[in-house]
Every structure is written in structure tokens, then in C-alpha cells.
Design a protein around this ligand. Structure first.
Ligand SMILES: Cc1cc2nc3c(=O)[nH]c(=O)nc-3n(C[C@H](O)[C@H](O)[C@H](O)COP(=O)(O)OP(=O)(O)OC[C@H]3O[C@@H](n4cnc5c(N)ncnc54)[C@H](O)[C@@H]3O)c2cc1C
Ligand code: SF4
Length: 462
């Protein structure tokens, strides 16, 4: 199915300029652009885009409202299923979800669903009515651990149902990875993240920051002595993995999580903040996911010559296509089919390079991707001052270690039913990266929403 109107391109900051600043790369659609792009949607009776949206957003319905200029109504349609449209419109992997299955994509370009969602979210922040707290219809209170997308989605839905909800967050700012991981140039913190969190607060949800559950208070205490009738754990997967190769403890080797937390949450790139961050002349980032792209693009903005080293080929890069495209435009070099074997140090214990080996692709492995195999005798060295490891993360073991009989997998993920988030403990639910391991914003939100429904059912039958 083709469409006579071509997909409306989105305006972006010039790559040469944006690589010197932390301002947002993509400007998004203006009013006319949004209406024109919305007019491309066919309003399918059986919309494939909705089937492939993890929170089943009513996509043709909101797009129809945009095409007619009813932006407030478009925002209301989205709000039924998502409390974070400005966030999701910016960071969801639309190419493998809604847009990847849009009927227009079969013979041409799919509708730009993500950019339209972002437009509506931003319009609503600037002009919309903000949600108000519901009268507390339920006497019971629910505690939520973690203020990332899973916790925020669960808390919003429970608040809409009339429960008293309090989120406990370990860091000093709410938002989880949206706040400490994804950089400002992709997801503005004050303009977007803080505003969408404010909408959650407007529903009557309380957020207490600087509370490390498992240290300051335990999940068992929340249930036994603090008066909560149920707990949702959305504590994410913030524990970085390393390769286990020689030289990983040299000065100048850092996890992407630490690097990005310094840059985002602690504002190291802003001269008004004292947070130290070191990039030297040349940075090598090991990995090929969104985290690796964020780290390498941040390093480039801090003035380093920045390289990606990834053991598979470009076709297997797990990062969003848009992020890879943007990174290339910004001059990032990609060394594919390359795997580090050792970080090399100088006599003072600082990184001076990384030894790598060339790889080739063999048969598909358990992930379905072709597995990388070393080519004997192909070792070589890359000179660098900093190595950033972006190899994935696992859940922090603290909550599992301090909550009685909470079952976890071998990889430290909390065991929870996929449909309801029910854990091995009655009254304790979990979802998001804490259950699945590192995944996506929208999957975390979907899990939070399913758990909210299950918590409601549990509390009504208790
Ligand atoms: C750099 C980076 C870039 C990414 N880019 C994308 C992207 O472009 N698109 C996409 O869809 N996904 C992306 N992701 C993945 C996505 O952000 C996560 O899948 C999502 O945030 C998971 O949500 P969550 O709520 O489960 O956990 P999180 O967002 O990790 O939130 C968990 C929260 O719980 C808090 N917490 C942890 N332990 C405790 C405790 N003991 N007590 C109290 N609070 C606690 C944490 O401080 C954190 O605030 C990215 C991830 C990273 C790291
Ligand atoms: S599949 Fe594409 S054309 Fe059909 S309703 Fe969804 S966005 Fe519109």
C-alpha cells in the first residue's frame, strides 16, 4: 500500500554543530508538519501498528485527532495508555515496533508514529490540561520501589484507581534511566522528563528520593510495619557488566553507567558543576547497544576522538537505527567484528591502549544472531586514554538479598509472572528491567501497567 504524500522529514541540529553541544539533536515536528504527517495514516480497521505496541496505544485514533488539529483530544487518547508520550516518542525503538509493522511500510515509508507521539506529548506539556489527583477511593496504600518507567507507569495507574501510592527512589532525582542514563541531547531532562514526572505527581503519587530500599527500609518492613498492602519492585538493572579481560582495573576504564551518570545526573558537561569526568584524547567504547551509542556520542561532545568497538557486524548492532545513523553523522568511527582481549596500561597504571582481535561471523547462537568467532593471529592494538565498557547490565542484588523468599534467576533477575508481575511472595509484584534484565522503556512501562492491574485485583480479593 503506497501513500501519495511522502513521509514528512524531521528537522535536526546540524551534526557539525551538535557534536559540540548537549542540546537536543532532533527538533521534532511543528504544527503544520505534524498535521501533514498525520494525514498520511490510513486509519486501518485492524491496525497492525497497535498490535506491535507493547502498551497498545490507540495509534490511529490519536493520529486522526492530530490530523484534525484536535491536539488536546489526541493527548487524552494517548493518556489512556501512556503517561510518558514525550519520552516514548523520543526513545522507543519504533522501527521494530509500531512503525516496523505499519501497513504503509510495505511499499513505502511508514507513518512517523514516534514523532507524532512526541509532538502530542510536547504540545500537551506546553498547552494541555494537567492531570489532577483522584479522590482516594481506596483505603489501601501501595509502595513502589524505583522511579523509572516501570515504577512511574505502575504508580500512575494505581493512583488513577484511587490507591495511595508512594515511590521510593535511591537516587536524588526521579526518572531512573530516563534521568541518569539517556543523555540530554536525546531526552531533555527539565523540558521533558521532569514535566512528565510532574504529571504523575499531579495524580497524587508521592515520590521520596534518597531512599535505598534494602538499606534505609526493606520491602518486608514496608508490608509488615509501614502500612503498605502491596509492593511493586521496579528497581531496574543498574549493575554494569565487565569483560573479565586483563587490564580492566586500570585507571581510565569505566562502565558506561558510571560515565553517563556523571554526565547526565551529575551534569559533568556543565561548567557550573564540579563533577569530574575524564575522556582524554581518544575514547574506545566497547559494545553496540543504545548505551554504547549514548556513551560514545557523549565522549565526542566532551571533545574526544570517539570509537565504537563491536564484536559482531553492523547488521547485528542492537542500538536503535536512528542512534547509529546520528552517531555516524557526528563522526563516530565504528570498528566492527572487533573484540578486545586486553586493556594495556602505562607504567603509572593508566590506560594507553586496547588490544583487540578480529572476528568473523559463524552460525546463529541462542539470541538468533550469528555468533562471532576469533580469527587466529589477527590481534592488533588501538591507542586510547579511556575505555568505556557498555556490555549490558544486571539487576542490583540488594533487594533480593534483603527480601525474604524473593526468588531470583541465575542472572539475578526477580522471578515474576509475565502477565501480572506476581513474584514468589504474596503481595509483592515486580516488573521492568529488574525482571527481564536490560530491555526498553516501553516494555518496562507495559510491565508496570500489567502489575498495577494485578495489584488492584489482589487488593480487592485480599
Ligand atoms: C544509557 C541507556 C540508554 C538507553 N536507551 C534506550 C532507548 O533509546 N530506548 C529504550 O526504549 N530504552 C533505552 N534504554 C533502556 C531503558 O532505559 C530501560 O529498559 C528502562 O529505563 C527500564 O525501566 P525500569 O523502570 O525497569 O528501570 P530503571 O529505569 O533502571 O529505573 C529503576 C529505578 O530504581 C531505582 N532503584 C534501584 N535500586 C533501588 C533501591 N534499592 N531502592 C530504591 N530505588 C532503587 C534506580 O535508582 C532507578 O531510578 C537505555 C538504557 C540506558 C542505560
Ligand atoms: S498501520 Fe500505519 S496506516 Fe495503519 S493505522 Fe497504523 S499508523 Fe495508520
Amino acid at each position: 500500500m503506497a501513500n501519495k504524500i511522502p513521509r514528512v522529514p524531521v528537522r535536526e541540529q546540524d551534526p557539525k554543530v551538535r557534536v559540540t553541544n548537549f542540546e537536543e539533536v532532533c527538533y521534532g515536528y511543528d504544527l503544520q508538519e505534524a498535521q501533514l504527517e498525520a494525514s498520511r495514516c490510513l486509519g486501518c480497521k485492524k491496525p497492525r501498528c497497535v498490535e506491535h505496541c507493547p502498551v497498545s496505544l490507540q495509534i490511529p485514533q490519536f493520529i486522526e485527532q492530530v490530523s484534525q488539529g484536535n491536539f488536546a483530544e489526541a493527548a487524552r487518547v494517548i493518556a489512556q495508555d501512556s503517561s510518558l508520550p514525550s519520552v516514548c516518542g523520543r526513545v522507543c525503538p519504533q522501527e521494530s515496533q509500531c512503525e516496523g509493522s505499519c501497513i504503509l511500510g510495505i511499499k513505502g515509508e511508514p507513518v512517523s508514529i514516534g514523532k507524532l507521539e512526541r509532538f502530542v506529548g510536547d504540545w500537551n506539556i506546553a498547552n494541555g490540561e494537567h492531570p489532577v489527583a483522584q479522590a482516594s477511593a481506596q483505603a489501601k496504600r501501595v509502595a513502589v520501589v524505583g522511579s523509572g518507567p516501570a515504577g512511574l507507569a505502575c504508580a500512575s495507574d494505581l493512583a488513577k484507581m484511587g490507591y495511595g501510592v508512594k515511590i521510593f527512589e535511591a537516587l536524588h532525582k526521579a526518572g531512573g534511566v530516563l534521568q541518569y542514563g539517556i543523555p540530554e541531547f536525546r531526552l531533555p531532562k527539565e523540558k521533558v522528563v521532569a514535566q512528565e514526572i510532574q504529571n504523575v505527581l499531579n495524580l497524587g503519587v508521592e515520590i521520596e528520593t534518597d531512599v535505598i530500599v534494602g538499606r534505609t527500609i526493606t520491602v518486608d518492613e514496608m508490608l509488615d510495619t509501614e502500612g503498605y498492602s502491596a509492593v511493586f519492585i521496579g528497581s531496574g538493572a543498574g549493575l554494569p557488566r565487565f569483560m573479565g579481560i586483563p587490564g580492566e582495573n586500570l585507571n581510565g576504564v569505566v562502565s558506561a553507567n558510571e560515565f553517563l551518570t556523571r554526565a547526565n545526573l551529575m551534569r559533568a558537561y556543565d561548567a557550573q558543576y564540579d563533577t569530574p569526568i575524564y575522556v582524554g584524547q581518544r575514547v574506545v567504547v566497547v559494545g553496540g547497544g543504545n548505551v554504547a551509542m549514548d556513551a560514545v556520542r557523549t565522549a565526542a561532545r566532551l571533545g574526544a576522538e570517539a570509537h565504537i568497538v563491536y564484536r559482531r557486524s553492523e547488521a547485528e548492532l542492537p542500538a536503535r537505527a536512528e542512534e547509529v545513523h546520528h552517531a555516524k553523522q557526528e563522526g563516530i568511527s565504528f570498528k566492527m567484528l572487533t573484540n578486545p582481549t586486553e586493556v594495556i596500561g602505562d607504567e603509572k597504571g593508566w590506560v594507553r591502549g586496547i588490544r583487540c582481535i578480529q572476528m568473523e561471523l559463524g552460525e546463529p547462537d541462542a539470541s538468533g544472531r550469528r555468533s562471532p568467532i576469533e580469527i587466529p593471529g589477527s590481534e592488533f592494538e588501538i591507542e586510547c586514554d579511556v575505555v568505556i565498557m557498555a556490555l549490558g547490565t544486571s539487576p542490583n542484588p540488594l533487594i533480593a538479598a534483603t527480601t525474604h523468599d524473593l526468588e531470583t534467576t541465575r542472572r539475578g533477575c526477580i522471578v515474576a509472572d509475565e502477565q501480572q508481575g506476581q513474584t514468589s511472595r504474596k503481595g509483592i509484584f515486580a516488573g521492568g528491567d529488574a525482571v527481564t534484565g536490560a530491555a526498553t522503556v516501553i516494555l518496562a512501562m507495559g510491565a508496570g501497567r500489567k502489575a498495577a492491574k494485578a495489584i488492584d485485583a489482589y487488593l480487592k480479593n485480599e
